[in-house]
Design a protein around this ligand. Structure first.
Ligand code: AMP
Length: 447
């Protein structure tokens, strides 16, 4: 597990607020869902885990280093500390060291941070700490205590995966509510089990909400991840309805993250959060520090040959090639395959179950090549990506930062190679002003 990043030291406090249910719907309370007034929930909890080998917190030793924050400095529940230890994290990343003192003290947060900064663990640690610290008297199926909303299935699955790993030693029950898959399975799980943390994409969640399969009036912790992408993808109306079904903003804790803050996102974040604190991690610290960025001036007709040559070089590990359009990714993947390179495709036109299988294969193989569009590639959180290629210069400079953030993750170094052809060169100026530094181009290397 890679380690790196990290900064600063903050103290922490805890706030526990009981949400006031704003029940609008008549809640079905079938006998099997209703928790008796005794301690044990009537709805089945996940299967009892086999006894774990004993763990001594003293095993988790991390040297105190000036300017770095250790997780030990946050007074976290021992079960969370054990999850962190298993994940191999040592020092908190900048977003973690800046946001945790605020969120663990119960405050709302508006965070400006990219993926790759460790923001998922930042919000999950707070959610879990809070859930473990207070126990409601009664629990019912269909009523999560924490809700994380993310724009894409890939991202939501990744968040849920991270939550399961981080919460491995807790008995918090995490589930995903995602469109395009497992409708009945999700409905059954929600209706029959006590679920603590729901990680959802907006469409399916709203559908379940409308059908009274899920109730959000017991949500104590709300996380909205990648708010800017939700806006781009047209999810804001759905999201507004979802948030209206949760307790009032002063009765829940809200953590909102976005890589960028266009005007609409600023407005929404203000209306969804209560006296929020703001934390910003500069994109440059993600984009430029650990990623060696190269810009190759190249003719469009030469791109395939140069790309294939680099892909065949021995230092190549996992690589993602981004292109701007679905048809470009499809055709490119086919051409690479014809050149003997085993390239996988991840775009909106690939069926959802196939996309997940592709991602799994991409993660498992040490040397693998993925051709992706921006939307499909956004949720890819795979460590050990050595190279990101921009087959096209992205139309939107923000996408450039997201793309190259797939490599150089969590302390590792990465290489980002951007092809700039005769039609794309004008876009460099926009990118330069967005990144705030001069872009040095070079002629693509010959064999
Ligand atoms: P994220 O930005 O949440 O997608 O996280 C990026 C990567 O950083 C993930 O692979 C995390 O497992 C890893 N990560 C998060 N926090 C830390 C940390 N404090 N130390 C090392 N790696 C971390």
């Amino acid at each position: 597990m890679p380690i790196g990043l990290f900064k600063r030291l903050f103290p922490s406090k805890e706030k526990v607020e009981a949400p006031t249910p704003n029940k609008k719907a008549v809640k079905p309370k079938p006998a099997e869902n209703k928790k008796p007034k005794s301690k044990a929930p009537a709805a089945p909890k996940p299967a009892v885990k086999p006894p774990q080998p004993k763990w001594d917190p003293a095993q988790f030793t991390v040297q105190a280093v000036e300017g770095k924050t250790r997780f030990h400095d946050f007074n976290l529940d021992e079960r969370i500390m054990r999850g962190i230890y298993d994940l191999g994290f040592e020092y908190a990343s900048p977003i973690q060291s800046e946001s945790l003192p605020i969120t663990l003290a119960g405050h709302d947060i508006i965070g400006k941070a990219q993926t790759g900064t460790g923001k998922t663990a930042a919000f999950l640690i707070t959610v879990m700490q809070k859930l473990l610290t207070s126990t409601p008297q009664e629990r019912f199926a269909s009523e999560p205590r924490a809700l994380v909303v993310a724009p894409t299935r890939e991202l939501a699955l990744q968040i849920a995966q991270d939550a399961k790993e981080l919460g491995k030693h807790t008995d918090l029950h995490v589930m995903t509510v995602l469109g395009g898959m497992d409708y009945d399975k999700q409905r059954t799980e929600l209706s029959n089990k006590v679920v603590d943390i729901v990680v959802a994409t907006p469409g399916r969640l709203l559908d379940f909400l409308n059908q009274k399969i899920v109730f959000l009036d017991q949500v104590e912790m709300l996380v909205i991840d990648e708010a800017d992408r939700m806006l781009d993808m047209g999810f804001i109306p759905d999201l507004k309805r979802i948030i209206r079904a949760t307790p009032e903003k002063n009765l829940r804790q809200t953590q909102l993250f976005s890589a960028t803050y266009p005007y609409d996102v600023i407005e929404l974040s203000e209306s969804w959060t209560y006296k929020p604190h703001q934390v910003e991690i500069e994109p440059e610290s993600v984009a430029t520090e650990r990623v060696d960025q190269k810009f190759y001036i190249i003719q469009e007709t030469e791109k395939d040959k140069t790309l294939a040559r680099i892909l065949k070089s021995p230092e190549m590990g996992r690589a993602i090639i981004f292109a701007n359009r679905r048809d470009t990714t499809r055709d490119l993947a086919q051409r690479l395959n014809r050149m003997g390179l085993n390239a996988m495709l991840l775009s909106g036109e690939v069926a959802q179950n196939k996309r997940m299988a592709t991602l799994e294969r991409f993660k498992k193989q040490e040397k693998s090549i993925l051709v992706a569009t921006d939307v499909a590639g956004r949720g890819i959180h795979v460590d050990g990506i050595s190279h990101v290629f921009n087959y096209n210069l992205p139309d939107d400079p923000e996408d450039y930062v997201h793309r190259i953030g797939r490599t150089g993750r969590a302390g590792a170094n990465g290489i980002a190679i951007t092809f700039v052809d005769e039609f794309e060169a004008y876009g460099l100026m926009d990118l330069e002003s967005y990144l705030g530094n001069k872009i040095v181009t070079e002629v693509a290397p010959e064999e």
